[in-house]
Write a protein that binds this ligand. Sequence first.
Ligand code: SF4
Length: 464
Amino acid sequence: MNAFVGMPSFPKASSKSVSDAQLRHNLRKATHTIRAKRALVVDEQPDWAALRSAGAAIKDRTLRHLDVYLERLEEAVTAAGGTVHWAADAAEANRIVTGLVKATGETEVVKVKSMATQEIDLNSALEAEGITAYETDLAELIVQLGDDWPSHILVPAIHRNRAEIREIFLSKMAAWGRPAPADLKDDPRALADAARLHLRERFLSARVGISGANFAVAETGTLVVLESEGNGRMCLTLPETLISVVGIEKIVPTWQDLEVFMQLLPRSSTGERMNPYTSMWTGATEGQTFHLVLLDNGRTSVLADEVGRQALRCIRCSACLNVCPVYERAGGHAYGSVYPGPIGAILTPQLKGMAGPLEESLPYASTLCGACYDVCPVAINIPEVLLDLRSKVVTRGHHGQRLAMGAARRVLDSPRWLAVAQNSAGRLRHWTPRRLPGPLSAWSDTRDVPRPPKESFRQWWATR
Ligand code: SF4
């Protein structure tokens, strides 16, 4: 998660994006389209609730016995001719991967879209060693060419519209390989064709491929990647060396368990009954060397938290982003992490710790409307985790909020003080400021101060 180092707190980062009308239009159009598609295909599945419960139960059981399943996965991958590496953090994972690439003597790699490699900022680590990483997913390619950051789990370039993508292709493609045609139009087919021709050169010349995985089946050591474009399959099959960086929570014990997620994930992410391409591989195939890097990077400390550990069930479908009113207005960059939206608001502070103003502010980047919980295919109770994280922020020393809560408790505990406070508020209501002074302004920067009612409920009741 290094690409976003030095990000300001969520309210500061989002204050610019909420006033960007073009960005809000792009986000609204894209998220509403995907969420409508999702709702249709989920509604036609009569056992959706049972599938959702099964998905949550499988993930919980796997997380409870993660040590056992990880060892089983390692044994199976090794028996199938692959090599397993263990990475405690991002630095170790980057060291392992750059070392493996350097050992091949290659200076270029092709990449399948992968959240884990974004999380550890692998591209920068490779670049520091003189290795160029080429993103091959269309949306990732747009982000890379535009020298931009991803802003959505599934559609990293969701904040860009077609005209902007055309501009990026025309001005940047030539520096990375085959240029875009000079007469490039901004219709989707023309843009996809330009990307296809640009990427084809990469697929045919690359000798090293780097991927993540959506799932890792412990019983056979099989890794699974779901995708829409087929570019991932080219990266997984053509290069001589394949390196997969996979978070330790991606394990499912058996193929029978996988069946549940193969129904949950495509419907929740792209709103399809099944994704167009599903690639599975077990160990090293003939003529190919395979390395699996199992990444912790904060996951075991998340696992130790009784409330927060449910975030590790996440299958990165992005359904929670597409229904979140805060994400729709603030956009993905404001979350300062490769995990934006509701899942980012609970995962980033847990993976990185409440290390700074950004991580402390993320649990507040929500209206707690619960829409994220409703759509989550593995029933992660995101509002519950948000509240738990907020209580941790306050306990750790959010002084202003702690003082305010202490004062509120004393007033609410005493009927006499409550009556005094309500009477005073009613009398002074016309002088209620829209913005609060001093440290309290942090609260009113993002919301209007409500004007108190003329009389309290008790006063009104007394006159009945
Ligand atoms: S939290 Fe749930 S809805 Fe959000 S990305 Fe993860 S699995 Fe999907």
